[in-house]
Design a binder for this molecule. Structure first.
Ligand code: GTP
Length: 356
């Protein structure tokens, strides 16, 4: 039986950071992991951070939990047959409905020798606290709560961005939402690897899924899971942007994550680092996450940038193979054309400087 570990958590919460810890642990243990990565955009940037550490399959341009859900089982089986790994880690998009993933993994486990080991949810503690105090309970907050509820293990991450009092508040809220999960608070998803990634059999969640029921994996009790409505729409409102409407009604669960917008911009040339940073500082609040690869006029080589809930990180990279300069911008209900225009202006402003 190949154990499957599902990594869930909102956009930019620290899943890839956790995956890197998991890979280091498996390597130390002499275990052979394989990775299935799902990204909303049509480029996999996280993959370039981890791709030479373990065999990886990518599922791009769609959310694993709906538009390309059917492919998940197939990809898992392909990975299992091709690489015979000791463990498979599935990293979901930040907007995935985790119950759908659990469902898809357990579907796959009916036909092959795989077993769902754990669902680890990573949360950005700062963002969670801000959303929980928001006057308007936005859809992303509902999604975060769903991701948190279905976890068997929970990482309250980015504690460096909270005061002690704030962290205690988050811990209390989390305990209320999911008292069953093994919960730790971390910086940079730095969990105890043994507790989080051990693939010893004793704590496996051998989920036997019947047609009309599923398992609430956090507290291990069964309840009805009726698909009375499940609509998926994917409309292209811009050549390079995608708009995901998720509207899932599952008996007692109700999920609605409308208006997740993903915009992809390919840079044709280097831009001013100063202007680039200014642009990110002034993005609308609905843009939660952006990542990409960019070149600056002021320096040599390519840089990877990560923008997660208002924080921008820029790291020099040396890619093993050629990679495009690209920005993938994600958020809730923002204007993709407006951000597209701003990025084009950034390039236009840099043109005279680049050619002089
Ligand atoms: N301040 C702070 N930043 C963190 C911490 N953990 C991760 N980050 C940063 O948050 C950003 C997003 O981290 P990732 O691990 O890529 O998050 P992710 O959940 O994989 O992101 P998506 O796959 O896009 O949803 C990166 O810039 C990380 O360096 C933390 O504990 N504190």
């Amino acid at each position: 039986m190949i154990p499957i570990v599902v990594l869930s958590g909102f956009l930019g919460s620290g899943k890839t950071t956790l995956l890197q810890h998991a890979l280091a642990y498996y390597k130390e243990q002499g275990l052979k992991p394989a990775i299935l990565m799902n990204e909303l955009g049509d480029v996999n940037l996280d993959g370039s951070l981890v791709n030479n550490q373990a065999p990886m399959k990518e599922m791009l341009s769609g959310c694993i939990c709906c538009t390309i859900r059917g492919d998940l089982g197939v990809e898992l089986m392909n990975l299992a047959e091709e690489y015979k790994p000791d463990v498979i880690v599935v990293e979901c998009t930040g907007v995935a409905n985790p119950m759908e993933i659990v469902d898809a993994v357990t579907d796959a486990s009916i036909y092959s020798s795989m077993v769902l080991q754990s669902v680890i949810t990573v949360m950005d503690a700062r963002q969670f606290l801000d959303f929980s105090m928001g006057s308007e309970r936005n859809k992303s907050f509902r999604l975060m709560q769903d991701q948190l509820r279905c976890a068997s293990k929970l990482v309250i991450n980015k504690t460096d961005l909270l005061t002690t009092g704030e962290l205690q508040k988050v811990q209390a809220l989390v305990k209320e939402l999911n008292p069953y999960a093994l919960t730790v608070s971390t910086e940079r998803s730095d969990v105890d690897p043994m507790t989080f990634f051990s693939v010893q059999g004793e704590e496996r969640m051998d989920v036997l899924r019947k047609k009309d029921s599923t398992v609430d994996i956090a507290n291990d009790h069964h309840h009805t899971y009726g698909h009375d409505d499940h609509t998926e729409h994917r409309t292209h409102d811009h050549h390079e942007s995608e708009h995901y409407d998720h509207d899932h009604k599952h008996g007692e669960h109700y999920h609605s994550y409308d208006h997740v917008v993903v915009h992809t911009h390919f840079f044709g040339q280097p831009v001013s680092r100063f202007e680039f940073e200014q642009l990110f500082r002034s993005l609308p609040a609905e843009i939660y996450r952006a990542k990409g690869i960019v070149r600056f006029l002021e320096s040599e080589g390519q840089m990877m940038f990560q923008f997660a809930y208002r924080e921008l990180e820029i790291i020099p990279i040396r890619p093993q193979k050629p990679v495009n300069d690209v920005a993938v911008i994600m958020g809730e209900n923002f204007s993709a054309s407006e951000i597209g225009e701003r990025l084009k202006k950034l390039e236009a402003a840099a043109k005279p400087l680049a050619s002089s």
